[in-house]
Each structure stands twice: as C-alpha cells, then as structure tokens.
Design a protein around this ligand. Structure first.
Ligand SMILES: *Cc1c(COP(=O)(O)O)cnc(C)c1O
Length: 399
C-alpha cells in the first residue's frame, strides 16, 4: 500500500504541472547522439544537443574510454580523498589548467557540482555574492548553500552591477564575489567579462565565470570567455567549466589558483562526499582536451562558427526573430509559450528536433524554440532544417 500522504502530494503536484501546461514526457534517443538522430522512433535533424563539436562519438574519445576501461576497470572505487584519485584524474586536471591558462584545476562529477565546489568553500558569513539575474540554476543553488548575503544585478547590465557595488561599498563585507554565466543558455548572449573585470578590480571583488556554453566554442581553441575578451588568466579568479557539453563526455571543473584548489580539496562537499569519475570518463575527457588543442580541434570550432553564421543568417532572412544571440545557441522567439510548443511539435512532425521553451524558463511573451547547430551538421542538414522552419513558420503565420 502506498503511503496516503505521499500519494495525495504526488497527485496534487502532477495535476498542477498538467493544468499549467508544463508537464512533459522524456524523449527517447534511439542509437547515437549526432547531427541526425532517431528520437521517439522518428529520424530527425537534431538541433537540441550541447554536443557542439560532435565529440560524443569521436573515434579518439571512444578509443580512450575503451582502453581505460580495459586497463583500469569500470569504476574508481572511492571518493578522491580516500583512494579514488587516479593518475588519470591528475592528468586531466593538468590538461584543463593548461587549457584555461590557470595554475591549477579540480575536476568534479558534473558542471552542476563544480559550482557548489567553487562557491561553497569560498563564501562565509560576512561575505557578499553578486549574481546575474539569469545565472544557471547550479550557481543559484550553490549560493543558497552559503551563509553569504546575496544581491542580483540586471542581466548583463554592468551599470546595474556598478550601482550594486557602489551601494555595498560602505557595508564592510569581508569578500565580494561577482559571478556570471559566460554564455547564457536561453538567449546565447555573452557576458561582458571585460567590463566586469574592470569593476571587480575597482571594488576589490572576486571574479567567477561559469563557461559551460563557452568552452569549446569561444576564444582560440575554445578556451572560453576569459580568452575571448583577452583578459590575462591571472586577472580572472575562477573559471568553471563543464566536460558534458563541447567536451562531449561528463563532468565539471574549476580552473583557478593552486591555493583555491587546495582549499576545495579540503572543503568542497561534492569533492569530499561523492565518488570520482570512472577511468573511461576521465580518459575520454583527456582525449577531448588534447583534440580541442590540436589543429583538428580548431578546425571543428571554425566549422561550428561557419554553421552558426549560415543557420542564423538564413533564419533571419526568412524573417524569424533570433533575438540577441551571439553564439551557436540561436533561439527563435515566437511569443506565447503554447505557440512555442506547437512550433516545436510541428517541426518534429516534419523531421526537425528543436526544443520548445516556455514560461517560467523564459518570460511569458518570449516563448521560443531553441536551436544549437554543431560542427558535425552538414550544409545539407542545415538547408533541410531551414526548409522545414520556413514551411512550418509560414503555416503558423510566424513569418
Ligand atoms: C549545463 C550547465 C551546467 C551543468 O553542467 P553539467 O555538466 O551538465 O552538470 C552548469 N552551468 C551552466 C551555465 C550550464 O549551462
């Protein structure tokens, strides 16, 4: 017999999701993740993955994962601080520090936990964190777990950030942390790190960027937003990254000074209390970073940007509203949430998968489908997708 209180609660919650129109089923991918994929049994052009460089199925990553499993086994056996630190983990961390131009880095199980690992040990009572209003959920949750005071600044608005810094100047905070996404996942716009760095320096604030959607995308060899703005790596305190998007595998990392790494080794709760990556994951990540730093990697990044320009320009020429995107994340804004969902469904019927996104993830009048092209889409894939966008867009009166 299920517990009545639990049954009642679950029924209420699920009914509420359905009445709000936000209840959804998980879509199933049959076979590998790629520019074309079979989703819920239907072959489609896949415009919704974060697999920017197509690395999830790159032969070098697969080979590294298989070899590491054969040699070292399927799991790591313990948390890092007991007997779960493999040579491979340290090797990946040296590679990532090199990639980001920092003294050190620390790898976590996911990008989500990397934010908790960085922010948790850093902030105490008497500190302040100033956060962009559209920062990722993992940053928000990481902040909630600290005893620091919080202030929010308007999205990408450095005048508003300056206003907040001015207001708190005389409050005697021990430390102030400014934290932002590098590229925002809903609009594909880039945080103004250059101006944020100037303000941080003026007010003695600590700087942190979460480059989940920027690493492998922006800056030479995909080194991220700090590199994109040509900020010397030693003038930006903390660069968080994920190994789950462009890197194509799984995990997160904090690239930072050696001292911060040492503190995280002792105080970061996801590091202390959760088992480290298996050899296959770590070896595949090492192969991915090596690849990104090679000529082949730069070529993939160039392809990603050529595809991005081609797809974005054509969407705009067709008359779609692609908002303020500056990166491969290209939203197509349609207005009301229900219309965004219908647009996505109709694209899917005709062989294109682009996720519909509605309130509360985005403002009520900014419902959209979100597209992400990758380096592995061919021109034919994108031209075919554009034809479908045009046909459905006309049918629905969007263009
Ligand atoms: C995707 C994302 C994460 C989470 O990364 P995972 O490796 O998937 O856990 C964290 N921060 C931002 C900004 C993201 O876009």
């Amino acid at each position: 017999m299920p517990t009545p209180a639990l049954e009642q609660y679950l029924d209420e919650q699920l009914t509420a999701l359905k009445t709000q129109g936000v209840y959804r089923k998980l879509r199933i991918v049959h076979g590998p993740q790629g520019p074309r994929a079979t989703i819920d049994g239907r072959p489609v052009i896949n415009l919704s993955s974060n697999n920017y460089l197509g690395l999830t199925s790159h032969p070098k990553l697969k080979e590294a994962a298989c070899r590491a499993t054969e040699e070292l086994g399927a799991g790591s056996g313990a948390v890092r601080t007991i007997v779960g630190t493999l040579e491979l983990h340290e090797e990946l961390e040296r590679r990532l520090a090199d990639f980001k131009g920092t003294e050190a880095s620390l790898v976590l199980q996911s990008g989500f936990t990397a934010n908790a690992a960085a922010i948790g040990p850093l902030l105490e009572e008497g500190d302040l964190v100033i956060s962009d209003e559209l920062n990722h959920a993992s940053i928000i949750d990481a902040i909630r777990l600290t005893k620091a005071d919080r202030r929010i600044y308007k999205h990408n608005d450095t005048d508003d950030l300056a206003r907040v810094l001015g207001e708190v100047k005389s409050k005697g905070y021990k430390k102030i942390l400014i934290v932002t996404d590098g590229v925002f996942s809903m609009d594909g716009d880039i945080a103004p790190l250059d101006r944020i760095a100037e303000l941080a320096q003026e007010y003695g604030a600590i700087t942190m960027v979460d480059d989940a959607h920027a690493s492998g995308v922006l800056g030479d060899h995909g080194r991220g937003t700090v590199k994109h703005f040509n900020i010397p790596a030693d003038q930006w305190d903390i660069q968080v990254g994920t190994l789950s998007k462009a890197v194509g595998v799984l995990g997160g990392y904090v690239a930072c000074s050696q001292k911060l790494r040492e503190l995280m080794e002792h105080r970061a709760r996801p590091f202390l209390f959760s088992t480290s990556h298996p050899p296959a994951v770590t070896a595949a990540c090492i192969a991915a970073v090596d690849l990104m730093l090679s000529d082949e990697g730069q070529q993939l990044i160039d392809r990603l940007w050529e595809n991005t320009r081609f797809f974005k320009q054509n969407l705009e020429q067709l008359g779609f509203n692609t908002s303020i995107s500056q990166t491969p994340i290209t939203p197509v804004i349609v207005g009301e949430g229900a219309r965004a969902m219908e647009f996505s469904d109709q694209l899917f019927e005709r062989g294109v998968f682009a996720q519909g996104i509605a309130y509360p993830t985005v403002p009520r009048d900014k419902g959209r489908v979100r597209t992400i092209v990758t380096a592995s889409h061919s021109r034919e894939d994108l031209a075919e997708a554009l034809n479908v966008f045009e046909a459905v867009g006309r049918r629905m009166g969007l263009i």
